[in-house]
Design a protein around this ligand. Structure first.
Ligand code: UT7
Length: 478
């Protein structure tokens, strides 16, 4: 092993060694002159990594390697046996030196369930603490993986409850009228669940629909992400209820609270899980039962919301599909806007009490005009920036699928973007604002109406309570 003159210290952090041996080696190297230590220890080091016939690594003169840096785990591209290496960092990327030398052996951590906790081998390395749901042991997973997969949406299913609440119905409940609602929001009717259903029930229906469309069994699902602000309970999470409801045995999952941006955040999260190569079938569900937290005596909010759920399955793109799937995401949260749209009570800030109930603080509160102005500006800015950094213009986008909060927000933002109205999907007239459900519902309608085809670029965009802002672009994959 050759060492550059100015190398200060070296960490040999290979998972091919036992922890104690690795530790001992690192301590020894730290305690003595590193150059001399490495020189003297060359043979032993090479034995440690069971490399008796390959070239040793070479450290560049401008590199130092610090003891105590955590390692990451990467599959190597285009090679027969995969190997661990340090993080992609110029100063600590020690094992890149081994990359073309085949100096490390495949990990011996096979598990019958294909679930590997590398923490047991590299206790200090955070990124190793990952659970893999590949249906195979980690060595096999690494061997099979030759490149980072791209994530694609492969199926979509929706659920809307049969009961419809029209503007005319609302005219009988609060002082409003159809004309005002249509003019100010674009909404004509919305769907409301029956008393027997909650968010998980709608989410389960949507999930089953998506899985059936793809012909995938629930037992194949790795992960369930439920985006919602109206979970059945604070805990257990709705994802747990969905897992049990669809029979996704062995899946893991969680709820994601990002209000109207939930579905954009959830699909982006799923895309990254898939792109990491560790997950193959991620269900993302946007589901909200807003009728349970809307005050039907408040005309400013009760006309806006409806109930629905939509689910997508996100998987690695297949052979020959390199150009399909997730392209990019832009997101921002701005908590300074939190007071403009919220449910004031029921959390740890203001737990439920007689007083909170009397003050109707368990319902949606909104300062509509504040949210309106922010939503128009941020929907425009996020889409503009996302398209620009990907070298795209509105002409390249086949269809824009915006969160459906108000028709005027959508048209104002898309006009500023210069996107032709016929490219912008609006279905708020039939469903109202279903929060995390709007984008999957609108995507379903885009497909049904023949406005979204394989290979098309689709732009998802949302602004919601929080504030939360998110936009993503995908090349549609089916
Ligand atoms: O999805 C999450 C993010 N949410 C949003 O993006 C929603 C953003 N905000 C909005 O969409 C709009 O602000 C609303 C639709 C909520 C309200 O529209 P607006 O044009 O901002 O109306 P406004 O609140 O300024 O109210 C205008 C007038 C008021 O009367 P005065 O004070 O001018 O006499 C309201 O009392 O309209 C009145 N009004 C209504 N009239 C008939 C408010 N609600 C109603 C109603 N029917 N339902």
């Amino acid at each position: 092993m050759r060492l550059a003159p100015d190398v200060a210290a070296v960490q040999i952090e290979t998972v091919a060694m036992g922890i104690q041996r690795r530790h001992r080696l690192a301590v020894e190297l730290a305690q003595q002159d590193v150059r001399q230590g490495l020189h003297d220890g060359r043979r032993r080091t090479r034995e440690e990594i069971r490399n008796t016939h390959l070239q040793p690594p070479v450290f560049q003169p401008d590199e130092t390697v610090r003891i105590g840096e955590a390692a990451e785990h990467h599959a190597q591209i285009g090679q027969r046996s995969a190997r661990p290496q340090l993080a992609e960092h110029p100063r600590i990327d020690l094992f890149r030196r081994f990359e073309e030398k085949r100096t490390l052996e495949t990990l011996d951590v096979a598990h019958p369930l294909g679930v590997v906790h590398l923490l047991s081998r590299v206790p200090r390395a955070g990124p190793f603490g990952c659970t893999f749901h590949t249906g195979m042991g980690y060595p096999e997973f690494l061997k099979e993986r030759t490149t980072l997969p791209k994530a694609k949406i492969s199926a979509l299913g929706c659920y809307t409850p049969p009961r419809v609440l029209t503007n005319q119905d609302l005219e009988k409940m609060v002082e409003t009228n159809d004309q005002w609602i249509v003019d100010r929001t674009g909404i004509r009717e919305r769907h409301i669940v029956g008393p027997e259903m909650a968010t998980s029930d709608m989410a389960i229906e949507a999930a089953k629909c998506a899985l059936a469309e793809r012909g995938v069994a629930a037992s194949e699902v790795d992960t369930i992400i439920v985006c919602t602000v109206t979970p059945d309970y604070f805990f257990p999470s709705t994802a747990c209820l969905v897992q049990n409801g669809i029979g996704a045995r062995g899946a893991w999952g969680f709820d994601l609270i990002a209000a109207c941006s939930g579905f954009v955040y959830g699909t982006t999260t799923a895309a990254h899980l898939v792109a990491a190569g560790t997950h193959r079938k991620v269900l993302v569900i946007g589901a909200d039962t807003m009728s349970r937290i809307v005050d039907y005596t408040d005309r400013a909010t009760c006309i806006l919301f409806g109930d629905a759920a939509g689910a997508v399955l996100i998987e690695p793109a297949g052979d020959g599909e390199d150009d399909l799937g997730f392209i990019d995401f832009i997101g921002e949260v701005d908590g300074s806007g939190g007071d403009f749209l919220k449910m004031p009570a029921g959390g740890s800030r203001l737990p439920a009490s007689h007083e909170t109930v009397d003050k109707r603080q368990h319902f949606v509160f909104q300062d509509g005009s504040q949210v309106f102005k922010y939503a128009v500006r941020k929907m425009y800015e996020s889409c503009r920036d996302l398209l620009k950094r990907n070298g795209l213009t509105g002409d390249d986008v086949a269809v824009v699928i915006p969160h459906q909060a108000n028709k005027r927000i959508i048209t104002a933002a898309s006009d500023r973007l210069g996107i032709a109205p016929e490219k912008v999907l609006i279905n708020i007239d039939r469903y109202g604002n279903t929060v995390a459900g709007t984008i999957p519902l609108a995507t379903r309608d885009a497909i049904r109406e023949g406005r979204l085809h394989k290979g098309d670029i689709v732009l998802f965009t949302a602004v919601g309570a929080g504030y939360t802002v998110g936009a993503s672009i995908w090349r549609w994959a089916y």
